[in-house]
Design a protein around this ligand. Sequence first.
Ligand code: FES
Ligand code: FES
Length: 157
Amino acid sequence: MEKKKLSLIVNGKLVEMEVPTHLRLLDFLRDYLHLTGTKEGCGEGECGACTVLLDGKPVNSCLVMAHSAHGREIITIEGLGTPDKLHPVQEAFLEAGAVQCGFCTPGMVLTSYALLKENPNPTREEIKVAISGNLCRCTGYNKIVEAVELAARKEGK
Ligand code: FES
Ligand code: FES
């Protein structure tokens, strides 16, 4: 198996490792760095469960090769808040009751975080468009949209 050195910033820390050239970013994060908050749903770019931020933009890490993130910056859900100090977007998801099984939640939270960075006061329609690549089987989406609105209010304080 051909390997190559990969060097990138993950959640603010420099990571350097020899990894297979064909490794997906999703597997690098989960299997090599043990950042298992990033989930694998479809493995085909359809569900958004594997969403991470690549240079601040949400991407489906199942579709990105680890080596294409060389020299770039990744944020996973573990980089946003801690169990003791949740990020306001995470707090808002909890407070709005936007989490059921939780499988979609890391991806939803990261997509919402990226949206609010770009657009601190999104309309409901803009929120729906932003999260349209993140599927949720449980919540019916209303609570998620409410959570993003709540997060916008929290962050706007
Ligand atoms: S696992 Fe990547 S989009 Fe579904
Ligand atoms: S909370 Fe279960 S998939 Fe969204």
